[in-house]
Design a protein around this ligand. Sequence first.
Ligand SMILES: Nc1nc2c(c(=O)[nH]1)N[C@H]1C(S)=C(S)[C@@H](COP(=O)(O)O)O[C@H]1N2
Ligand SMILES: [Mo]
Length: 502
Amino acid sequence: MNRHDLALGAGAGLLSAAAGLAAGHLVAALIGPAASPVLAVGSVVIDRTPTPLKQWAVETLGNADKPVLLGSVLAGTLLLAALGGVVARRSFPVGAGVVLLLVAVAGWAALSRPAARPVDVIPAIVTAAVALGALRWLSPDASGPREVVDGMGRRRLLVRAGVIAGGALVAGTAGQWLVARVQDVKNIALPRARRPLPPLPRGLEGRFRGVTGFQTPNEDFYRVDVNLTVPIVDHESWTLRIDGMVDRPYELTFDELLELPMIECDVTMCCVSNEVGGPYLGGARWLGVRVSDLLERAGVRSGADQILSTATDGFTISTPLSAAQDGRDMIVAVGMNGDPLPREHGFPARLVTPGLYGYVGSTKWLTRMTVTTYREEKAYWTDREWATDGPIKIASRIDTPAALKAVDAGRVVVAGVAWAPGRGISAVEVRVDDGPWQEAQFGPDAGVAYWRQWYLLWDADSGRHTLTVRARTPDGEVQTDDREPPFPDGSSGLQQIVVNVR
Ligand SMILES: Nc1nc2c(c(=O)[nH]1)N[C@H]1C(S)=C(S)[C@@H](COP(=O)(O)O)O[C@H]1N2
Ligand SMILES: [Mo]
């Protein structure tokens, strides 16, 4: 096989695979995006990836972890497809076999998801049919004499390749467009809270540039989950089931949920994987139904100590039952900052648990709450050796000045946020180099479940300076530089930044 042959074969393999995947993606957009071949394989890869590697990916790649993963899956697929194309020039059945193998993996991945339905195999079948058809069309008839093989003619081959590439582009784009269209849920009408809270005041962001806003807009709210694509849940057919160790298990539709008494609460949510100084937290006003009300109606039996919540895709989270019973505002939320929950953040309903890290208290795309015990059942992260109860550690962050930034000598605004949701923050202190701890001023207060903005006016003299921040809770805890377990990358360490003053 010469170079020319190799290139033609690889090209045909790549194009065929791309066309197949695009067609599969379009069909998946119509029946359920999660069954899209690339996405299905990606999800299985995520689930099978060992936790330390996953953590490493989140830490080093941040929110890029998903594009990077999808990109790798795609690259691997295309590489194998190219190989299939090359082999197909020698023997079409063997080459086609390689392509079929790829599709079989995608089909298996689509069907092995917990929420899979039989129809989810359709995108894989479409992918196979289109990919094989395209490969056949681009391959010379190997049984013929050499002249006929080459005699397909450059022009004819180019035209065919163009048709396939164009079709793939159209199908892929249409698939993406369809997915985006069904995702818009902004105009669903939500009820008002029984006792609405006064609007959150504008915070320090109105006075100092660079400070995190007091209320995080939905578009800017951090997103952390194991899903490659945002689950698209139809609220008309969605239900919330409450069962397990209860006297009267029951199920609610979305409309029935909206008829229950609603409360509003301001809660700062935070991810355990947030690094010191990191971005994985946000403050929002949530609207929802108290979990204690929902459980009361079911009648919790004695002996239970866990709420095992399940998302529409089968993902589970364990929350200590006590969080629903100790008076804090643990809710099944349907609203976020005055709008329905965005799909990214759990539409139609999610848990919000003040004071607990997201992986133990904030199930998105919630569909079931099962009252049980930790002895009986373990959820996704708990099963991966993360702490069973995840109270958020006291933490603080410097938003401005940015680390390593050069600022002019004189008055410099040092500002940021501090949080210990559930306990509240009573003081924030900043230290310049080895100097004394200086007490910062606060922005507005929205209760103990919410973060506080803080600022300090620093009279800076020129040179290189190190700023350190720490927070205190009303119950006397002082934030220390503690990055020990139970959280492998716990977020309680003291943030230090270096600033160059001119
Ligand atoms: N269904 C589902 N819910 C989930 C997760 C998930 O992967 N799947 N991740 C949890 C984690 S680790 C965090 S930190 C929060 C993040 O919520 P957000 O994406 O709305 O900020 O959601 C939690 N709820
Ligand atoms: Mo998280």
